[in-house]
Design a protein around this ligand. Structure first.
Ligand code: NDP
Ligand SMILES: O=C1OC[C@@H](O)[C@H](O)[C@H]1O
Length: 384
């Protein structure tokens, strides 16, 4: 009972935190959001409320009315709309940083345009449709001296970091295998969701699979050397609704990833529970994580040394950072603002990590025969 009360308290406070007052000696970073995207309130608008150096200043949408309604609902000062709305927002001199939660296939074009305009970018996952596009975005960010971060928010939360610390402590010996899953039951994603649209970067492997691949690489601590097998169920000819892939990694590690945007009911009638679990088998024991992606609501880290009793750990805060109600996005925002301000972030997802993640996604699509999602047709001006 008490854990349910704590869960409700954490989720309530996460969505309605006490608003932070601006700091007298630090100019806030003003964000503009590209698109009135469903994820924007959780990923940026709510976290920014409790950050004293973050302000969500503007939103742009393809329809002015949609942008205005979104701005009104979320108390956002400035609205850009219509066919030039995204570019006008990017060009606004008031804005320091862009949050890009556009469909995956538009990440490259609008991140390149934002960087060209001198803005830092918090970019939704997966970084782009291809590794080549991801590399180019980071090259431009480096060239311009700007911060670019692929929003793998779970990596900033204490849970992922605690699990990594247990692995690195050697308590359980070397990693032997990993299984990382992210799957939700049928009925949550609508048929017209961007995730089912190939032309804008759809597919389960892109959407949920990008986490499972990132977590596999992070927990294993080494990069896959080959894709051993891929199975998928299709939503449409080029869009995987579900993907299961097996990988070989150095040190005889084998890893499995599983992602599904719409798990069918078991025995055709029993709805399945979301699967947001990870298991890391080591030579001297096992770690099981329940809810490694959105751990603030609830999670558990079960550590079972071989032949001994299990212990269950929780990790809602770092010893010196955070509150139990901080979402993974709030921890991510903390790091992003620190980086923009030239202070060391508590965690970072590097450009090499983002490029490699996209390479692995593409290698799975290559093995499955579905092929990478379409390259962007955007050609940056030659001066960039
Ligand atoms: N970090 C996380 O936990 C999550 C990340 N994501 C990522 O965020 C991104 C957006 O996801 P989500 O918010 O669920 O998606 P939505 O469909 O809600 O938002 C996408 C936005 O893209 C804009 N858009 C521009 N062009 C198109 C187009 N051709 N078709 C459709 N939309 C278009 C729309 O903006 P407009 O308002 O201008 O019409 C829309 O608001 C994806 O990259 C996804 O992977 C998603 C969910 C969770
Ligand atoms: O990024 C995401 O995280 C949670 C999932 O439910 C969602 O589909 C995905 O886009």
């Amino acid at each position: 009972m008490s854990s349910i009360i704590s869960l409700v308290q954490r989720v309530r406070t996460m969505q309605n935190p006490v608003e932070a007052k601006p700091l007298p000696d630090s100019k806030p970073i003003k964000f503009g959001i590209l698109g009135a995207a469903a994820i924007a309130p959780s990923a940026l608008i709510d976290p920014a409320k409790s950050h004293p150096e973050a302000v969500v200043y503007a939103v742009a949408a393809r329809s002015h009315d949609r942008a205005a309604a979104f701005a009104k609902k979320h108390n956002i000062e400035k609205v850009f709309g219509g066919p030039n709305g995204y570019q006008e927002l990017i060009d606004s001199p008031e804005i320091d940083a862009i949050y890009n939660p556009l469909p995956n296939g538009l990440h490259y074009e609008w991140t390149m345009k934002a960087l060209a305009a001198g803005k830092h970018v918090l970019l939704e996952k997966p970084a782009a449709n291809t590794a080549e596009e991801t590399r180019k975005m980071f090259e431009l960010a480096d060239h311009k001296g700007l911060v670019l971060l692929e929003a793998f928010h779970y990596r900033f939360h204490p849970v992922a970091n605690r699990v990594k610390a247990i692995i690195e402590s050697g308590e359980l010996g070397p990693v032997k295998s990993t299984k990382t899953s992210l799957a939700i039951p049928r009925g949550i994603m609508k048929p017209d969701d961007i995730r089912f649209n190939y032309s804008i970067g759809g597919g389960a492997l892109m959407d949920m699979g990008c986490y499972t691949i990132n977590a596999m690489r992070y927990f294993a601590g080494v990069e896959p050397t080959s894709v051993l097998s891929v199975e998928h169920d299709l939503d449409s000819p080029q869009v995987d609704r579900k993907t299961v892939a097996k990988f070989a990694l150095p040190g005889n590690i084998t890893s499995t990833i599983f992602c599904d945007l719409a798990m069918p009911p078991a025995l055709k009638i029993i709805p399945q529970l979301p699967d947001i679990n990870a298991t890391i088998e080591c030579e001297k024991g096992r770690i099981q994580i329940m809810n490694y992606v959105m751990p603030t609501a609830y999670h558990s880290i079960t550590v079972t040394p071989t032949g001994k009793k299990s212990r269950v750990e929780k990790a809602y805060t770092f010893p010196d950072l955070g509150e139990p109600w901080w979402s993974s996005y709030r921890y991510q925002l903390e790091a992003f603002i620190n980086k923009v301000k030239g202070r060391p972030p508590h965690v970072w997802v590097t450009k090499e990590d983002s490029i490699k993640n996209m390479e692995v996604i593409e290698s799975v699509y290559a093995k499955s025969g579905l092929g990478s999602r379409p390259k962007s047709e955007y050609v940056p001006p030659s001066s960039e």
